[in-house]
Design a protein around this ligand. Structure first.
Ligand SMILES: [Zn+2]
Length: 450
């Protein structure tokens, strides 16, 4: 499209900054926005070829950003499936289709926190190289974890790699793994700072499994190459120490105490609460057979954490929207919008603030602050033309039929070619002998003859 222009006319512009919507036009050329406002067309050189898109009655807003996805997982319903049933080539092919589902949900960018093999890095390069259509991405590699913790407990080996996890114990192992990942092309180093206690006790949430010195070593090593560090932190100690060590972003940051909150506020560390996974399990877990006690635990993580997260937001800490898409509870394309809804309903944000979290603030996860996530001159032309009123009802953003057009990099996204909804791949899912154990008592209770 270089040399030609596109004028999006007469839309109500939600520019992503949190400001009130305003009526105007948006002029694009190539990948970028050239001008915004009622006089935008005046910036078009005389004689230029101009494409017109009528946005009358629609909202024109930045492409949204999901700051916490796992594109290579293909919604496993257990760690067993994720760790033992994925193959590198097939995971990459499947991720290429799933990425298009994210894009068609109006999310033109996402951050992949960690992936199986190097699938997310390769997918990012394939999208950037024009091999297939997909959102713009930044990507971590395997998450750095010592064998205690994570959300997989004893499934982690003592050494080596399993699923998305790379086991490191010593300072030498930490440094060499970070070097290898940077060589492989990661945008972020991710650390699993907290993990499930092996023997559950009274501790709220997870336990911190890294020392402050180890976390500082991660930051020193990665920052030397200009690579930021992100942590999975679901307790106060892990959040506090990650913030103090110099982490550049924190996922979850739930169960913060005063010290953790102070560390986060002092360092203005962007937080990605990622409540969608918990909310989906709490609200809809019954539909997919999740345990009721688990549903209560997950709802509690939200209700017990919203006040501190709100306090962080009020103190100027950026909150980003992340859906944790990639699991059976958060299939690609369906739930990315829901974090905005939770930000409004549970954190008390206004819809425009929630949209700001999913656009201008989300650019932090893409490392593209100042050029992504706003409808402003010189920003990348990732734009949604939306038939609805998201400034009063962000839940509408979950309705794919309302996207009149999705534009990424100045190009209209093809939303008409159907994508496969599900697939059957040999050895891809966990297969079970049975759901129940065949006791004699069960047989008798069913009135069957022994
Ligand atoms: Zn995650």
């Amino acid at each position: 499209m270089s040399g030609s222009y596109t004028l999006i006319q007469n839309g109500l512009i939600i520019d992503g900054t949190g400001s009130d919507p305003f009526l105007g036009d948006v002029l694009l050329s190539g990948q970028r926005i050239v001008d915004v406002g009622v006089e935008a067309s005046a910036s078009c050189p005389e004689g230029a070829v101009v494409n017109h898109i009528d946005a009358s009655g629609c909202r024109v807003l930045p492409g949204m950003i999901d700051s916490h996805c796992h594109i290579s997982f293909d919604h496993p319903n257990s760690n067993d499936e994720l760790f033992f049933h994925r193959r590198e080539g097939l995971a990459a092919l499947v991720a290429g289709v799933n990425a298009q589902k994210v894009l068609r949900a109006g999310f033109t960018s996402f951050f992949d926190a960690d992936s199986v093999f190097d699938v997310a890095i390769d997918l990012r390069d394939a999208i950037e190289g024009g091999v297939l259509q997909g959102p713009r991405m930044t990507s971590g590699g395997n998450v750095l974890i010592n064998c205690v913790g994570g959300t997989a407990a004893r499934l982690l080996p003592d050494e080596g790699t399993r699923g998305y996890a790379r086991i490191v114990h010593t300072p030498d192992q930490i440094i060499s793994e970070i070097h290898k990942q940077i060589k492989a092309g990661v945008d972020w180093i991710k650390v699993h700072v907290s993990g499930l206690p092996i023997r559950p006790g009274k501790h709220k949430g997870e336990i911190c499994t890294w020392t402050l010195d180890e976390l500082k070593l991660v930051c020193d090593t990665a920052h030397q190459f200009g690579i930021p560090v992100v942590g999975h932190c679901r307790d106060s100690t892990s959040t506090r120490d990650a913030a103090a060590a110099g982490f550049d972003m924190i996922l979850h940051a739930t169960y913060m105490d005063d010290e953790a909150l102070t560390a986060v506020v002092d360092n203005k560390v962007p937080l990605v609460p990622t409540f969608t996974f918990q909310a989906n399990l709490a609200d809809f877990g019954a539909a997919i057979g999740s345990d009721e006690s688990l549903r209560e635990v997950f709802r509690a993580e939200i209700t017990e954490s919203v006040n501190t997260l709100r306090a962080a937001f009020d103190a100027g800490v950026p909150l980003l929207t992340g859906s944790e898409s990639g699991f059976s509870l958060t299939p690609y394309g369906d739930w990315h919008y829901r974090e905005l809804q939770i930000f409004v309903e549970d954190l008390g944000m206004s819809p425009l603030q929630a949209i700001n979290s999913a656009t201008e603030q989300g650019a932090r996860a893409l490392r593209m602050e100042g050029e992504l996530g706003c409808i402003k001159p010189n920003y990348l032309a990732d734009i949604l033309i939306f038939d609805g009123e998201p400034e009063t009802n962000v839940a509408q953003l979950g309705d794919a039929d309302r996207f009149r057009h999705i534009i990424k990099d100045g190009q209209l996204v093809d939303t008409s070619t159907p994508l496969p909804k599900q697939w059957h791949l040999p050895g891809w899912r966990v297969s079970e002998y049975s759901e129940k154990i065949l006791t004699k008592e069960l047989v008798q209770s069913m009135g069957l003859n022994l």
